[in-house]
Design a protein around this ligand. Structure first.
Ligand code: FAD
Ligand code: UDP
Length: 392
């Protein structure tokens, strides 16, 4: 890190922006600011690679796998698709997930097939399935928690079979202690649509996420320093750049002044198996609390890769480790708001991304957030910036 400062012995600041974090949030902003403003960017990440949690790489067996768990791209935003399509082609892929319940593999989200298979029924129409669910549902007047959402839609038995155990494992909390937004991510269906997402655009980057990031960041004004932790030079950061864009955890930026913001972590157990195919779909969920992991993912389904071997990942939720998930519940949101108030006061720093804004956002939402942040910076751009850069 000292090299950054030694090399910077010239008195002027060497960069217009220091961007902390090379995930979607940081990389989109680096690309936009370099290509649209001619801004000089220093992009750092404490990990040895770009891509943030979406990073993928071929393993020793040559299988493209996702180091931080399976990432499936889906969105309803044509703006986000158009933007990312500058840097990748797409492989059409519709995600399907099965849940292992009562020794059967059944579709999740719960749909008509799930009900027929699990309860040995013969529901033939949407109406019949809707009536059946209505007969089991236990209406909740004021839906606030992740338990309320599911009980209200499908009743207690299905809630316990599919949601209670999975959620307790994933979050270390009972669904009744989590905001409704968590389980609201999973719809209930009366038809036989067994896709996990209903979005208009569902696809995987053809060569993988890392290849897409490399193309996005391939710009002469973007300098990358990987394996570089902002904490090591935070106090001198403004010597390097006028403006900082920070996409790491917001509580860490403020030295945990108000205490730690809870984030949920995961341990990934990646295994390569000497078989062509391990499971029928990309992801199988294990909601039972008798099983310690939450889900198993098999990458060949996502990528279409052909090989006599296959790579799978078991996910074990954990309180310790890298921060992966902000935990949506009212007291955490209150604590975040205190940090956010500090962030609003901070001069020359913009906070963006899943960890810095403490939002349980998908990749497309983060791209949307970063593009909106760029538009705000664009409006505030000093008139002379382009001239200054052009004159160098
Ligand atoms: P991140 O990707 O977390 O990037 C932040 C970067 O900042 C990290 O690389 C980190 O190393 C770096 N950093 C932090 N602090 C510092 C510091 N002090 N110094 C230097 N660098 C620092 N979304 C979907 O749309 N579909 C999915 O299928 C999906 N699956 C997911 C599965 C899992 C297991 C997880 C955890 C997330 C999943 N997501 C999925 C969400 C997706 O990962 C995020 O929306 C997205 O990656 C957020 O991008 P980001 O840039 O905000 O954060
Ligand atoms: N969930 C569940 N059972 C399932 C799938 C999901 O209880 O079979 C709940 C769980 O609380 C999970 C949330 O719904 O964290 C959101 O699921 P999603 O698949 O969107 O989680 P992510 O991919 O973000 O980990």
């Amino acid at each position: 890190m000292n090299a950054l400062f030694r090399a910077g012995s010239n008195p002027g600041r060497r960069y217009d922006y220091l961007i902390v974090g090379a995930g979607f949030a940081g990389s989109v902003l680096a690309e936009r600011l370099a290509s649209q403003h001619g801004a000089r960017i220093l992009l750092i990440d404490r990990r040895p690679h770009v891509g943030g949690n979406a990073y993928d790489e071929p393993n020793e067996a040559g299988i493209l796998y996702h180091k931080y768990g399976p990432h499936i791209f889906h969105t309803n935003s044509s703006q986000v698709v158009d933007y990312l399509s500058q840097f990748t082609e797409w492989r059409p892929y519709e995600h399907r997930v099965l849940a292992y319940v009562r020794e059967k593999l059944v579709p999740i989200p719960i749909n008509r097939t799930t009900l027929n298979t699990l309860f040995d029924l013969d529901l033939k129409t949407d109406e019949e399935a809707a009536d059946y669910l209505a007969s089991r549902a236990e209406p909740v007047d004021d839906i606030r928690t992740s338990e309320d959402v599911v009980i209200n839609a499908v009743g207690r038995e299905l809630y316990e079979l599919f949601f209670r155990g999975y959620t307790r494992k994933q979050w270390g909390l009972d669904p009744s202690e989590l905001d409704k937004q968590v389980t609201s991510r999973i719809p209930t269906r009366t038809n036989t649509d067994d896709r996990y997402f209903s979005d208009t655009f569902q696809a995987m980057p053809l060569q993988g996420y890392t290849a897409m990031f490399e193309k996005m960041l391939d710009h002469p004004l973007i300098e990358k320093r990987l394996g570089t932790d902002f904490r090591e030079f935070k106090d001198r950061a403004h010597e390097l750049a006028d403006h900082i864009i920070y996409t790491g955890p917001i509580d860490e930026y403020f030295d945990y002044r108000f205490g730690k913001l809870p984030y949920r972590s995961l341990r990934f157990d990646h295994q390569t198996l000497e078989e062509d195919r391990f499971q029928p779909v990309a992801v199988v969920n294990y909601p039972s609390e008798d099983v310690p992991f939450t889900r198993i993912s098999e990458y060949k389904h996502l990528t279409g890769q052909q090989s006599p071997v296959t790579t799978v990942t078991y996910e074990y939720p954990s309180a310790e480790g890298d921060p992966y998930y902000p935990i949506p519940r009212p007291e955490n949101q209150e604590l975040f708001k205190r940090y956010e108030a500090l962030a609003d006061q901070a001069e020359g720093v913009t906070f963006v991304g899943r960890l810095a804004t403490y939002r349980y956002y998908n990749m497309d939402q983060i791209v949307g957030q970063a593009l909106a942040t760029f538009r705000r910076l664009d409006e505030k751009k000093p008139q002379n910036q382009e001239t200054a850069v052009a004159a160098e």
